[in-house]
Design a protein around this ligand. Sequence first.
Ligand code: ZN
Length: 573
Amino acid sequence: MKFFFNIIHWLSSQKHAYFLFGLLFIIPNCVLFFTELLPVTVGIASLLLPLAFWYAVLLLAKKPGIVVWCLLPKVILDGGQLVLLYLFGESVIAVDMFLNLTSSNASEASELLGNIFLVIICVFFFYTLPTLWLAYHSIRMKEKLSVSFRKKWAVRSFGMFLVGVLFCCLAPLQDFLFSLKNDIYPANALYNLYFAVTKSEKNANYHLTSADFKFNSSRFAHADGKREIYVLVVGETSRAMEWSLYGYERKTTPRLEKLNGLVHFKDVITQSNNTHKSVPIILSAASAENYGVIYDEKSIVTAFKEAGFRTLVIANQKLTTSMIGAFYREADTFIDMSSFKTGSYLTSLHDGALLPYLEKELKKTDDNMFIVLHTYGSHFNYHERYPKEFCFYMPDKAEGIRASYKKELRNAYDNSIHYTDYVLSEVAGLLEKTGACASMLYLSDHGEDIFDDSRNRYLHASPIPTYYQLHIPYILWFSEEYRDIFPEKYQTALAHESVPVSTNSVFHTMLDIAGVRTDESDSTLALTSSAFTVRDRMFLGDHDEPVPFWKMGLKKADFEMLDKWGIVYDKDE
Ligand SMILES: [Zn+2]
């Protein structure tokens, strides 16, 4: 108790409060100093520059508490940054984080928030609230900072700032290109916020910027008067390493393994670990290499529509505000299952619920069809993604997302893969039943961390990905009719089973399977084309720039897994 009173007494000095506020303001910088692995000179500058800046700013009022309350948004931002550092163990708040705040659907956000609630509470009670209470205390004090003290510390802050600038100037000696918007918190977080706002505006204007776009689609192959149906299934949060088809010891994909006409691509890396960036790449001609075209061009749905196909999208994810939703509204029929009532505590329907709608639409006409099925796959909370008949691995109920529940989480995750295996084989069954020349392409948008190693990482969409978020399952299935009419397409796909490939191949492969040519088609990216060419695989960086995926800050543990699974990357760089 005496200790507590001593602290209160010490804080009853405006000067002490001033020094303390300066230090509290750079707590996120201190954590980032250890997590961001910057060259020493830049690391020191990343502490000195903000400290000098805040010490100068705190002098703007005679009571520094007034400045702190005026900087309330910064205090809140700091809280968010600290929560993020706890979650991912590294990285400043990324553009994607800001965008996810607005684009995640309510149930997804509440599932996640429910699990990090304790962290948020801790940061609030141990950082945000004490800072604001101290500021209030400073305002209530009669004492003010003297003119001489403020002058002295204005000069000292300026001196500290100059030393910080000097350290920045030394960065090139360590082969490092310093930039304020990347390396100094909160300048980098604010730049990311600005970038996110600009991007949201582009999303909102998509219907205008893409209005006049045309693919000029034409057919270079037909199925001899037979009905043609091509299906793209967009998966969610599935890891190749968890599929027995890929060698996982648990039999999670028994049905697919028995399917005739199935090809699985072993070395597939996603171009983004974030749904809202990965799925638009899957659905369009955009790649990490040219992501900007996404705002000017339409999606694969329109490419097929122009070629005379009836287009159908059934989505089990709420996507109304994102680019994905805009793409789906291009379809002749868009069934948004996320708007359906689940009739239980579940926040979304199980993916199997889309099968009756698919069956009904297949029977409606004899048109050639292009269909997109967007599943909820293995998204957290895993145990809510499958019905009880799929509780193969038990126990599967985790009380929260904690390392101590790894067994339950992995069991539930594997059950969800088992269920995906069921849903996909049912889709193939429905297609086979039509007797059409049909094909299905399935891939996941990204993987996931589930407390896999000593880093104790979990979930996805972190600014720096891991092996577990990158390596995805990617399969092609061809109906018997298709294999009869286009045997060379099937054979070429089989021959490409082991080639290194990314999510940007989907658009080109899907169109090549269907014999559709467009102005944007690139046969060197089509897995069913003999023109397919192996290339370095890029990952879409936080500022939408292409980065070779192995240069995204992967750690030793990730490279060990890449090697174990035979994933190709440039080992000399
Ligand atoms: Zn996703």
